[in-house]
Design a protein around this ligand. Structure first.
Ligand SMILES: Cc1cc2nc3c(=O)[nH]c(=O)nc-3n(C[C@H](O)[C@H](O)[C@H](O)COP(=O)(O)O)c2cc1C
Length: 408
């Protein structure tokens, strides 16, 4: 015994002194789950999407990176989104033929090559001069469904043209009912088949995005040269063109179930609700006949619930039970995350920051790289799960740890 312990000590000493160990230390293993933290110089150097994150962080001015990175308060929910994926493990299956992996999905009757959807993220020109147009061109090249934010920094008509296929419009209630109606008409005219009502920001005050506030304080540039007025979001957004009395607060109208009903009656577009995190609210959405639900906490940027959305999905999916289309987002960073979400009942997932990191790093090519990395990783995850198609991914592909991190 003593002899064995001595040998182990000798071996560890040898390892500690070896150049290999020094090289590994340089890689910062605290970061190993998240790339090396070093900037890369071309999209193809990205091994995982965290290489794009490190690059975006170096390239962007602090305030713009802060806007992208921030959660609320101490970023508890932002971190919970990532941590919650660790509550689930994958149940790998063997001796299954997986030489023909098919990642196609059908969403509202339309076929897509991948269940990865481009989430609506505002102000993309803060990350790259081409902004939403670069994202649209990448989505076109790889044929992904793209959602466009109300606070897009590029007009919806131009984004739709660059995408070359219908995009979905995400709605905030700026401008009150008059503003909403005008934005709906514009989205309909631009060919959007779906409007996505974001319901997780009902408050009139801006959420407490402390990480952003601190980043702004560190930024020495004069914001007024780009932003009109003093507010960070003061630059007028193209969707507000022609809307009189744009209410700076999101609560231009009360965001309630009555509003959802009114929206459904007002528009010819199908209606999705983004930001649902509980079974009760999902049930009510289904009762109201919504065309889809997006389980989301806004990437940890809205409420401070402290709960990851993959856990919310596990609560919501059994209630929805296929009665309407179900997406999830917030914290999806790996193909294995996507597999877990699909196994827990999502029809598709959305990503926000992963493609924004690509956009900030390398424009269109960076968005393409981010999407391609996630596609490749999903394919590998499906092979190990012994599933050749998305519809074959059942709840048996995933297991949940109990609180002691033991399989339940
Ligand atoms: C910089 C940024 C801007 C966003 N802008 C919007 C928006 O305008 N409307 C909206 O519904 N969600 C917005 N979101 C939330 C995303 O649609 C999505 O829910 C979230 O990014 C998913 O989490 P992830 O970033 O961890 O992938 C934004 C997210 C980020 C990071």
């Amino acid at each position: 015994m003593a002899h064995g312990a001595n040998e182990r000590r000798q071996f560890l000493k040898f390892l500690a002194a070896s150049p290999l160990c020094n090289a590994l230390a340089g890689l910062d293993f605290a970061h190993a789950a998240a790339g090396t933290g070093e900037r890369i110089s071309s999209p193809d150097q990205a091994i995982d999407i965290f290489d794009l994150k490190a690059t975006a962080k170096e390239i962007l001015p602090p305030a713009h990176y802060g806007y992208m990175a921030t959660g609320v308060n101490s970023d508890k929910t932002l971190h919970a989104n990532r941590e919650a994926f660790e509550h689930y493990y994958l149940r790998s299956r063997r001796l299954v033929k997986v030489s023909n992996i098919d990642t196609r999905v059908e969403i509202l009757g339309q076929e897509w090559p991948s269940p990865i959807v481009v989430a609506p993220c505002g102000s993309q020109r803060a990350f790259n001069a081409d902004g939403e147009l670069a994202t649209a061109r990448a989505a076109k090249k790889l044929n992904h469904l793209q959602l466009l934010s109300t606070v897009s920094s590029t007009p919806i008509e131009e984004v739709a043209e660059a995408r070359g296929a219908p995009i979905w419009f995400q709605l905030y209630t700026f401008g009150g009912w008059q503003g909403v109606r005008q934005m709906l008409r514009r989205a309909e005219a631009a060919g959007c088949p779906v409007v996505v009502l974001t319901v997780d920001l009902p408050i009139t005050a801006a959420p407490a995005r402390h990480t952003l506030e601190r980043a702004i304080r560190r930024d020495t540039r004069d914001c007024a040269t780009c932003h009109e007025g003093s507010g960070i979001a003061a630059r007028p957004k193209p969707m507000f063109d022609g809307i009189t009395a744009v209410d700076a607060a999101r609560g231009g109208v009360d965001l309630t179930w009555e509003f959802l009903d009114r929206l459904q009656q007002e528009t010819q577009m199908k209606v999705f609700v983004k930001g649902i995190v509980t079974a009760e609210d999902a049930e009510r959405c289904v009762d109201m006949g919504v065309d889809g639900i997006i389980v989301s906490n806004h990437g940890g940027r809205a409420d401070d619930s402290g709960r990851g959305t993959i856990d919310s999905l596990a609560e919501v999916a059994p209630v929805v039970n296929g009665r309407t289309t179900l997406f999830m987002d917030s914290g999806v960073r790996r193909g294995t995350d996507i597999l877990k979400a699909l196994a827990l009942g999502a029809d598709a997932i959305m990503v926000g920051r992963p493609y924004l990191w690509g956009l900030a790093s390398f424009g269109q090519a960076g968005v393409e790289r981010a999407l391609q990395i996630l596609r490749d990783e999903l394919r590998i995850a499906m092979e190990f799960a012994g599933t050749s198609s998305i519809s074959e991914i059942g709840s048996d592909a995933v297991g949940a740890f109990n609180r002691n991190m033991e399989p339940a």
